[in-house]
Unconditional design. Structure first.
Length: 580
């Protein structure tokens, strides 16, 4: 088996970090009983290992094929996706009024983690659909919800997010796609959509009989910049009188990209309204597109953070298996000159434990952020605000961890890691997109020191630091990092924009590592208590003590050293001449 689901680890984090039991005390999530949670976590792990994981290499070596606007997925993908839909895995946190299971978003995050660890490229088909559902729940009309949500929730149709254009990447306000309202005839009230979008994940494929595109466009006379953008629901096929997707809607896939990694995911160039009318429904109000899109975007950013866990888990498992089997050299200084497996050599052991500790830290951070989102839905305003602060940390830091762990996986393999046939290189290639899409990690850092640090005069960030400080007892390295974060935060609040941005990335890494350190300390205490009480699996709990100690002693101190960079200001950067 190429992927072993980390069920015990996932349940441990759900219980001790996400506090899934506290969610179940509320009527909305009452169905999330311990038995139900365990069944879902074990079930999706088994499904991912048996159905998605065997296709991971297939998608990498036999990527989707484009032909005259149509995309054919790799062998086995269509059958696997049908099994995903029939098993109901897409409906975990969907609203019950439209066919969902009304379970916590945190549990849906576990589902996405398992699918992505098994097959990151393939799982992207499901990663944006929940965001589309949330956007329609927040801003759609009841008619739109009744029409589109049931099949989006089951996964029978997938959703996409259309922002980027050839001349409008991170600067979304520069987009030129247009939407003109139809005032007469049978389509009165709809909008004619025209334009081109690029980098659209699963914008075209043959897994479903319809694709629901959420498209940003500008209405006539709308102001320049993001203020003038509206959001539109644009299906691949319009629905006939019976609700079936049979009417061509002027949506065309011009090509799919040839990428470094995630080959199993077709990344499409989409053209709207070129040869025939393309009709869309407005979601929310005209010029309210960015507000509506950010509901989808925040969900997507957290799911991309989850990809850091996915690729870290898969790369770690492969490196551990290889190191436990590869025999090379005797231990240095040992009188016994018999060669040993490389997992016994000090530097390989260091890398393996770093891979494990970092992956566990990323999982704790993402699950914690997802849980705060759920508690926010239950009316906890402090949790909702905490989730806002955590989104850039989870997206950026977890994906940085995914890249680091995938790189270490190659290093553990040595020269064999550089050979495609071992599969270690695929994880590295797949991981590299995650710090880029859904807002680069530099944009996440800018969001942290701009919008998030600006909320309540910095008090929301200070509240997080205070919570970390209260949990840092007995861990001096974490205490030192907390104080460094406090110092940098106070400086950032009073600094000008250029100085804040210059130090934004090291500051994000410091704050994210401190948050992870706190969450690892919570797990350390929980494992120690369970061992003292004689409950739980001793091998798992002892490994948890080792990984948490490693994180707090080895990884946390390095983040403290970033304070000087965070406080350096813009002067040194501004003085640098252009390269070339």
């Amino acid at each position: 088996m190429t992927y072993t689901p980390p069920t015990a680890e996932q349940l441990f984090v759900l219980n001790h970090i996400a506090r899934i039991d506290a969610m179940a005390q509320h009527d909305r999530f009452a169905a999330a009983t311990p038995d139900m949670v365990e069944a879902i976590v074990a079930g999706i792990g088994e499904f991912a290992a048996e159905v998605y994981a065997p296709l991971n290499r297939v998608g990498d070596t036999q990527p989707p094929k484009w032909d005259n606007g149509k995309v054919t997925m790799p062998p086995g993908f269509k059958e696997a996706y049908k099994a995903f839909v029939e098993a109901g895995w897409g409906s975990i946190d969907g609203p019950g009024d439209y066919g969902g299971q009304d379970l916590p978003f945190t549990l849906a995050t576990v589902v996405i983690e398992a699918l992505g660890s098994a097959n990151m490229g393939f799982s992207l088909c499901s990663i944006l659909t929940p965001g589309a559902i949330h956007a329609l729940m927040a801003y759609g009309t009841e008619e739109q919800r009744q029409t589109w949500l049931p099949k989006l929730i089951t996964g029978e149709w997938n959703g996409t997010m259309n922002l980027t254009e050839p001349a409008a990447g991170s600067d979304v306000g520069a987009l030129r796609s247009t939407a003109e309202k139809v005032t007469e005839g049978e389509h009165a009230g709809l909008y004619r959509i025209k334009g081109q979008k690029i980098f659209i994940t699963f914008g075209e494929h043959d897994l479903t009989d319809n694709i629901v595109h959420l498209v940003l466009a500008r209405t006539p006379g709308a102001p320049e910049g993001t203020r003038g953008i509206s959001l539109f629901l644009v299906p691949k096929y319009r629905l006939d009188a019976d609700g079936n997707p049979t009417i061509s809607n002027g949506v065309h896939c011009a090509s799919i990209e040839h990428k470094l990694g995630i080959h199993g995911s077709p990344t499409a160039v989409m053209v709207y309204g070129e040869d025939e009318d393309c009709l869309g429904e407005i979601v929310g109000e005209e010029m309210g597109g960015m507000r509506a899109m950010f509901v989808m975007m925040n969900n997507a950013r957290l799911m991309i953070g989850c990809q850091g866990i996915q690729i870290g888990e898969r790369a770690m498992q492969q490196a551990q298996r290889f190191a436990a089997e590869r025999v090379q050299s005797a231990l240095a200084g040992s009188p016994d000159r018999t060669p040993v497996t490389i997992d016994k050599h000090p530097d390989v052991k260091r890398m393996l434990w770093r891979m494990r500790a970092q992956t566990e830290a990323a999982r704790a951070l993402v699950y914690y952020a997802a849980a705060q989102t759920d508690f926010g839905k239950l009316g906890d305003e402090a949790a909702a605000s905490r989730a806002d602060v955590l989104i850039p940390l989870a997206k950026a830091h977890a994906t940085d961890i995914g890249c680091e762990v995938a790189s270490l996986g190659i290093q553990v393999h040595g020269g064999m890691g550089f050979i495609e046939e071992t599969g270690a290189a695929q994880h590295y290639r797949d991981a590299r997109i995650a710090p880029i899409y859904e807002g680069t990690n530099g944009i996440q850092a800018a969001d942290l020191v701009g919008r998030k640090l600006g909320m309540a005069g910095g008090d929301l960030v200070r509240a997080l630091i205070d919570d970390i400080a209260r949990g840092a007892a007995d861990f001096p390295e974490l205490q030192q990092l907390v104080e460094a974060c406090r110092t940098v935060t106070d400086w950032m609040v009073g600094a000008n924009t250029a100085d804040r941005l210059a130090g934004s990335y090291p500051y994000l890494t410091m704050l994210a590592t401190a948050t992870c350190g706190w969450l690892m300390a919570i797990q350390h205490r929980a494992a120690r208590t369970a061992l003292a009480e004689g409950s739980g699996d001793r091998a798992f709990l002892n490994a948890k003590l080792t990984s948490t100690r490693f994180y707090l002693a080895q990884i946390v101190p390095a983040a403290t050293g970033l304070a000087r960079s965070a406080l350096a200001g813009d002067a040194a950067l501004a003085a640098l001449p252009p390269i070339g």
